[in-house]
Design a protein around this ligand. Structure first.
Ligand code: DGL
Length: 282
C-alpha cells in the first residue's frame, strides 16, 4: 500500500495522533482556521506510543498516514510528538516520494522549536515529553539547527499521559508527579526560563504545572504555535491550500470503539457533539 501511486485530490486536512492528545492540536487549528474540513484519526486501540520502539511507531504512523491519504487528505499533521519524533522524517524522505510527492505530512516539533527563539532570554530551554520523545533528542536537534546558542534539557514525564487519560489530572494525587518532574528538570538546569510542553496531553495539566513552575519561567503549549505555523504554511503554499477543502466539517476516526472515544474525547473537547466512526489500520 505504501508504494501505491495515487492521484492528488482535494479533501480535508488530516490530523493524526496515537490517541486523544492530538485533540489539543486539532482544537488550536480549528479555532484559528474553522473554515477548513478536517479528519481526526486516533489510534486509540494501540496507544500510548510514548513507550514504543522506533520501528513500531514508524509502522503504525505510516499505516495511519496511508489511511488518511486513502480518505482523500492532501495534507496531514502528525499531531503527536512521539510520532513526529520517531516517524516523520522517514515518512517524508522514504515513503512520501513513492506514495504521492504532491501530498504533505507535517509534524509538531519543528513549529514548536521555531517559536522559542524569541521567548528565551537565558537561552536555556526545558522540554517535557514522553520517554520516546525525550530519548529521540528531536527537540534538541531541531532547536540547535535553528538556534545553536540555546541549551536544551529534556525531562521524560511517563506518568502524565495516564493521569490525563484516566481523568485524574485535576485531582490532588496528580500534584505529586507534576511537582516531581518539574523539580527534576529544574534541578538539572536551574537557569531554564522557557519550558516546552512537548506532549499533546500536557496542556490539560497546565494549572498544576503552573503551580510548581517559578513565575519567571514561561510555559509553551503547542496548539497555538502549530496552528499559526499551519496557517503560515498554507499562505505560502497556495497550491496546497486550494487542495484543502473548506466546508467547516470535522470527522473523528478511532481504532477503538466509538463509545469509548466519545467518552474520553469529551475530556479534551468538552461538550462538543462529535461524529465518530470506528476504523481498522491493519
Ligand atoms: N500523543 C503523544 C505525544 O504527544 C502522547 C501519548 C502517547 O504516548 O501516545 O507524545
Amino acid at each position: 500500500m505504501g508504494n501505491t501511486k495515487r492521484l492528488s485530490v482535494n479533501g480535508p486536512i488530516g490530523v493524526f495522533d496515537s490517541g486523544y492528545g492530538g485533540l489539543t492540536i486539532l482544537k488550536g487549528i480549528r479555532q484559528l482556521m474553522p473554515e477548513y474540513d478536517y479528519i481526526y484519526l486516533g489510534d486509540n486501540a494501540r496507544a500510548p506510543y510514548g513507550t514504543r520502539s522506533f520501528e513500531i511507531v514508524y509502522e503504525f504512523t505510516l499505516q495511519a498516514v496511508n489511511k488518511l491519504f486513502n480518505l482523500g487528505c492532501p495534507l496531514i499533521i502528525l499531531g503527536c510528538n512521539t510520532a513526529s519524533a520517531k516517524a516523520l522524517r522517514s515518512i517524508q524522505q522514504i515513503n512520501l516520494p513513492k506514495i504521492d510527492p504532491i501530498r504533505r505530512v507535517l509534524g509538531v516539533i519543528r513549529p514548536t522549536a521555531e517559536s522559542i527563539g524569541s521567548m528565551t532570554k537565558s537561552r536555556h530551554v526545558g522540554v517535557l515529553g514522553t520517554i520516546g520523545t525525550i530519548k529521540s533528542e528531536s527537540y534538541p536537534i531541531e532547536i540547535k539547527k535553528l538556534f545553536p546558542d540555546i541549551t536544551v534539557t529534556g525531562q521524560a514525564c511517563p506518568m502524565w499521559v495516564p493521569m490525563v487519560e484516566y481523568n485524574e489530572f485535576n485531582n490532588e494525587g496528580a500534584d505529586y508527579f507534576v511537582q516531581k518532574y518539574i523539580y527534576e528538570l529544574l534541578e538539572k538546569d536551574p537557569t531554564i526560563d522557557t519550558i516546552i510542553l512537548g506532549c499533546t496531553h500536557y496542556p490539560l495539566l497546565i494549572n498544576k504545572i503552573k503551580k510548581y513552575t517559578p513565575q519567571n519561567v514561561r510555559l509553551v503549549s503547542q496548539g497555538d504555535y502549530v496552528a499559526e505555523s499551519l496557517r503560515d504554511y498554507l499562505n505560502r503554499h497556495t497550491e496546497m491550500d486550494v487542495r484543502c477543502t473548506k466546508g467547516g466539517t470535522c470527522l473523528f476516526l478511532t481504532t477503538e470503539s466509538v463509545d469509548k472515544f466519545e467518552e474520553s474525547a469529551s475530556i479534551f473537547l468538552g461538550q462538543e457533539k462529535i461524529k465518530v466512526q470506528s476504523i481498522s489500520l491493519e
